[in-house]
Design a protein around this ligand. Structure first.
Ligand SMILES: C[S@@+](CC[C@H](N)C(=O)[O-])C[C@H]1O[C@@H](n2cnc3c(N)ncnc32)[C@H](O)[C@@H]1O
Length: 227
């Protein structure tokens, strides 16, 4: 797969080959044509989901645990997941089938390109970025997905009152993001002290959070509103 839809050089991911289980492989073969698509023009959410329900976007959904949890809990919300890692997409497809979910669609591409090129302005009710790759080394910090350019993009895509929810187990990244959010007056923190929020009911504890807990990392949720 090539990512050539824009001329950005620095990506927030490295495409890993990653082994697929038999179940994931089967799900990709059978279900990818039904639930996943490659946009080539502005996405019409009403057409895509067959209704006008609000759309929550999950950027880099990993194995899709969060989407499966939330899509079951909120059947009147549409979920768009964007991820590049194929085994993770296979895992989400298996979950869609297992739970008979009809409110989830998937795009395999760079989420930043998709947001930039194919998502209409003021069309998303929520953007979730959970446990984005922390890119620990200083020379890799430029790869972190949350930066001012990303926020400028999100600002145009969220509806008024829409939500941006970031979660991480890597404190230095979380503190940096907290500071960046505070520099963007259009974002208001649901916590009155501008601090981290308790895990809300739409976000389950995922594999990445459990791994962080084992390493005695904390979890840092920032829940912001486009005010
Ligand atoms: C550390 S994992 C976290 C997965 C998941 N959000 C969770 O909480 O379990 C980060 C994921 O983001 C994906 N990712 C990173 N940058 C991306 C981008 N620009 N577009 C789509 N996916 C991206 C990676 O492939 C990886 O699967």
């Amino acid at each position: 797969m090539k990512f050539e839809s824009s001329d950005r050089q620095i990506r927030s991911f490295v495409l890993r080959k990653g082994k697929m289980t038999t179940g994931q492989k089967k799900a990709v073969e059978e279900l990818m044509p039904i639930y996943a698509f490659v946009p080539d023009k502005s996405i019409n959410f009403k057409q895509l989901f067959g209704n006008s329900n609000p759309v929550w976007l999950d950027v880099g959904f990993g194995n899709g645990e969060s989407i499966i949890h939330a899509a079951r809990k909120y059947p009147d919300v549409n979920f768009l997941g964007i991820e590049v890692h194929l085994p993770g997409i296979g895992h989400l497809l298996m979950g869609i089938k297992e739970h008979g979910l009809n409110n989830v669609r998937i795009i395999r591409n760079d989420a930043v390109d998709v947001l930039d090129l194919f998502i209409d302005d003021s069309s998303l009710a929520a953007v979730h970025v959970y446990f984005p790759d922390p890119w620990h080394k200083k020379r890799h910090h430029k790869r972190r997905i949350i930066n001012q350019a990303f926020l400028d993009l999100i600002k145009t895509k969220l509806i008024a009152g829409g939500r941006l929810h970031y979660a991480s187990d890597w404190e230095p990244y979380a503190l940096e993001v907290q500071e960046l959010f505070a520099q963007n007056p259009w974002l208001s923190n649901q916590e009155t002290d501008n601090g981290f929020a308790p895990r809300p009911e739409w976000r389950p504890i995922t594999k990445f959070e459990r791994r962080g807990q084992k390493l005695e990392h904390g979890t840092y949720d920032l829940i912001m509103t486009n005010s």
